[in-house]
Structure formats: C-alpha cells, structure tokens
Ligand binder design. Structure first.
Ligand code: BEZ
Length: 211
C-alpha cells in the first residue's frame, strides 16, 4: 500500500520497547514521526537511532513524539539498545516497534521489494495533529538520514499550518517566508503588518510572522 500526503495515517496496535501501543492513541493530539530502519545491529542504523535519541528534546519542543520500527523482534531491539548507548553516548529514549510479521511495515509500504524484499527501507512519515500524513521520505539502506532536516521540516509544517505562508529553499526557523499566492496583496497587507517585498507578483517575501 502506498501512503500519500493528506492520507489518514493508518492506525495499528504493536509491541514496542516501551510496551504495547495503539498508534493513534499513543500519538494523541500532537505530531508524530514514524520511521523505519532496515535491521538491528547494523552500522548506519546504530548511528541513526543514537542521533534521534540525542534530538529528543528538540522533538519535544515541537510537540512531536518519535517512534522507530524494524521487522526485528522485541528481544533484539532491547539487546541492541545497549550497543546504541555505548557507541553513540545516547540511550534510546523513544519506543521502537517490533514488527517481525511485517504488519505495520506492509500497512505503511516500508518494504520496497525491488530494493530488498525482507528488510524495511529508511521510511519517514510525519503525522499531524489531525492524524493526516504531512510528509514522507524514503532513503536507501546505505544512506543515513539527516534528522536535523526533519526538525527543519517540522518547523516549516507547523508554521505553514498556522499562517498563510510557505517556506523557500533552504529556509530555517527565523528566516523570511513567502506569502502564498492565494492571498491577495490587500489581504497580505492586513495579515502581515510588517509588510512584504514583491520580487515578482507571485513571489512576495515577508518576515516570519510568529517571530
Ligand atoms: C546499516 O544500517 O548499516 C545497513 C542496514 C542494512 C543494509 C545495509 C546497511
């Protein structure tokens, strides 16, 4: 099954390193990042899980819960956590789903058989407060993800959910933003009291409204 932006994030029940969860209930009314990794006790995945653990305070600031997944069993996840802390210096502080029967992996299309028919790829799903999919990413097993980029995307998603703006290439929190084309110049003057610069009629730049 392929999951597309705007779809409802499928709900599921799963065993995790922090007990059994129902995804929607666990997520609550905030944001969530659900990400898969290919396999426990592998090098790139070890660095990734340590990186996510280190960033937990940053995800919390963004009202975002993080949950990992692979098709390995629970006892494997638990044993591997010791290695992750030893190697990266960060104890795994978020749940990891054990999905040996591939139930969740199949539900979210995390197995790409032409890449590998047994392991999950490096999928990321950002789920909004309304349980809708706001972002998907897919990386191959050989490329570890940039989790700072995920924080940047969360900043953009959360900003654009509240204001009629979009964020330009390489934007980061605090930079100027773009007034969306659906807003007329007259409306923009009212909505953005600090004004805007029209580089083109369709490209209007304004200071980030919530700063
Ligand atoms: C890794 O995490 O290093 C990895 C996992 C599966 C295949 C290749 C690399």
């Amino acid at each position: 099954m392929s999951i597309r932006l705007g779809d409802e994030a499928p709900d599921f029940k799963a065993q995790t390193t922090q007990g059994e969860i129902n995804f929607h209930e666990w997520k609550g009314k905030g944001w969530a990042v659900l990400f898969s990794h290919p396999k426990d006790f592998t090098p790139v995945c070890t660095t990734e899980l340590g990186a996510v653990a280190a960033l937990r305070p940053e995800f919390e600031k963004r009202n975002t819960k993080v949950i990992g997944l692979s098709v390995d069993p629970l006892d494997s996840h638990v044993k591997w956590e010791g290695d992750i802390e030893e190697v990266t210096g960060h104890a795994v502080n978020f749940p990891m789903i054990a999905d040996p029967d591939k139930k969740v992996a199949d539900l979210y299309g995390m197995i790409h058989p032409n890449a590998n028919d047994t392991m999950t790829v490096r999928s990321v799903f950002v789920v909004g407060p309304d349980n809708k999919i706001k972002l998907t990413l897919t990386y191959p097993a050989s490329t570890g993800r940039n989790f700072q980029e995920l924080l940047r995307v969360l900043d953009s998603l959360q900003l654009t959910a509240g204001y009629q703006v979009a964020t330009p290439a390489d934007w980061k929190d605090g930079d100027d933003v773009i007034v969306v084309p659906a807003v007329s110049d007259d409306e923009a003057r009212k909505k953005f009291p600090r004004g805007f610069v029209a580089k083109k009629p369709y490209l209007r730049i304004t200071p980030q409204p919530n700063k």
